[in-house]
Design a protein around this ligand. Structure first.
Ligand SMILES: *Cc1c(COP(=O)(O)O)cnc(C)c1O
Length: 471
């Protein structure tokens, strides 16, 4: 591609992006293609000869677009949001062109120093002024780093050196509500699923039962296990379960355990002062992850991993091959020492653009609105006789299910059918989960272009579809 061609298409792609965002609401939220439908339209072999960009772009629109689910659609209420606010998209366009590798300071000094400042800005914004941190791709990566740190700290930094086979069995504790990325981190860190101890939950927040936690740790110590750390659930993915951080930190202090807080989704809401009490005790947490790429508006991927003591992480993950050394310089950070991947995108730029363009005030306003609208809609499901609010809103997520009084069939099956019917129709998108064994429907408000009327109309649509279904 020559530069003239590049210029023409750079402009066209940018314009395409703007129109896409302007008109996204007119599209069905979830793609309606069947499995394999996209694949069969693609040639089996890569081309030998280059093709014109026009023909590539035509195929993008013709073949790819029908198979896209629209996460920037204001009627996206499934999973969690993956907001890509326009200023962060513009930053990504610049970053795609720079294409710098930001592993060490000298491979892009501005990226490294902007990253330091963005970590500090966000730390202040969410009430973590004393934590250091690093920007990662995803919460899963940050959690793996934290679990490895937990393990190495318990082993006094022998695991990386000796391997795990000769060492004691470490144990990590978490409630049943933590994300599957914790399990995977436990597998990859060589700790083993059976050493991830699931502690029961209690209360409306479905929080880890700290007495049961304490009891479990004591029992494990008695049989010669090595308790290493606790993963704290802050806004769980299924229904927003939230542990009492202060109480868990107390247990961690008693047993000298490392803590990692998974706040991937709900962490963004901590920019709102009035919500900050939900994470009282957070300043004592050793490690915290939250994803600005979910609720804060930073184009995917962008996950912040805060750590209280940088040295603990460095002792676990830093490695200094000769070919990555910087001589004769001081007072800089090589961020790759704190992460598992070496190569790193310039992710700080989109945070800088985002935070400056919106300002914290308007980001707070968005989050407050989302929470209020979720509360309003949850109230409706509480009032409708044939619906059941299963879990109260945690931030902007609640779960409910359709439960007509006279219905004799299987309620799980009925609700599964309801979600499928709604998603097939395409005007809104929902997902489901299980709460205490029951299949329930999740509803979260968090897409940046969502307005109150979208949420309320979604409520109408759910009620109408449900009643037609059971008739
Ligand atoms: C989304 C989510 C994750 C996983 O996030 P990735 O960035 O996709 O790895 C982990 N924990 C919670 C609570 C989440 O909501």
């Amino acid at each position: 591609m020559d530069m003239e061609n590049f210029r023409e298409w750079a402009v066209k792609c940018a314009e395409w992006g703007v129109s896409y965002r302007e008109l996204v609401e007119s599209r069905p939220v979830r793609s309606s293609v069947s499995p394999g439908e996209i694949r069969v339209q693609l040639p089996a072999l890569p081309p030998e000869e280059g093709e014109t960009f026009q023909s590539i772009f035509n195929d993008f629109e013709r073949i790819i677009m029908p198979g896209i689910t629209h996460w920037q659609h204001p009627n996206f209420f499934a999973y969690f949001p993956a907001n890509a606010a326009p200023p962060s998209v513009l930053a990504e366009m610049l970053v795609a062109n720079l294409a710098s590798q930001c592993m060490i300071w000298q491979t892009s000094p501005a990226a490294s120093e902007l990253e330091e400042v963005m970590i500090r800005w966000l730390g202040k914004a969410v009430g973590l002024p004393n934590h250091f941190g690093v920007i990662e791709d995803t919460a899963s990566t940050a959690t793996l780093g934290a679990i490895m740190t937990m393990r190495e700290r318990a082993f006094e930094w022998q695991g990386n050196e000796l391997g795990l086979s000769g060492l004691n069995q470490v144990r990590v504790y978490a409630s049943s509500e933590v994300h599957s990325s914790i399990d995977r981190a436990i597998w990859v860190a060589g700790i083993g699923q059976q050493n991830l101890v699931r502690v029961p939950i209690n209360g409306e927040n479905r929080a880890i039962d700290v007495d049961a936690l304490r009891h479990q740790i004591v029992m494990d110590q008695r049989i010669g296990m090595l308790p290493a750390g606790i993963v704290i659930c802050f806004g769980g993915t299924s229904c927003g379960s939230t542990d009492n951080i202060e109480e868990v930190q107390q247990v961690a202090r008693e047993f000298n355990l490392y803590t990692h807080v998974d706040a991937a989704w709900a962490g963004s809401a901590m920019i709102c002062d009035e919500l900050r009490e939900n994470w009282n005790g957070i300043e004592d947490a050793d490690s915290i992850v939250f994803n600005p790429h979910k609720w804060l508006g930073a184009q995917f991927d962008c996950s912040i991993h805060f750590v209280k003591d940088r040295e603990t992480t460095l002792k676990t993950l830093a490695i200094h091959p000769e070919y990555l050394k910087t001589y004769e310089r001081q007072n800089f950070v090589d961020f790759c020492e704190m992460t598992i991947p070496l190569g790193r995108k310039f992710r700080a730029l989109k945070l800088w653009f985002l935070l400056r363009s919106y300002g914290l005030k308007s980001l707070r306003e968005k989050i407050r609105n989302h929470i209020q609208w979720a509360r309003d809609l949850s109230q409706r499901f509480k009032n409708e006789m044939d619906f059941e609010l299963v879990t109260e809103p945690q931030f902007s997520l609640f779960t409910f299910r359709y439960h007509p009084e006279e219905y004799l069939g299987d309620l799980d099956e009925l609700n599964q059918r309801l979600v499928a019917r709604i998603n097939d129709a395409g005007s809104i998108y929902l997902s489901s989960t299980r709460v205490d064994g029951k299949l329930v429907i999740r509803f979260q408000v968090g897409q940046f272009d969502t307005k109150r009327h979208h949420v309320m109309q979604a409520g109408n649509l759910i009620c109408e579809t449900a009643r037609r279904l059971s008739r």
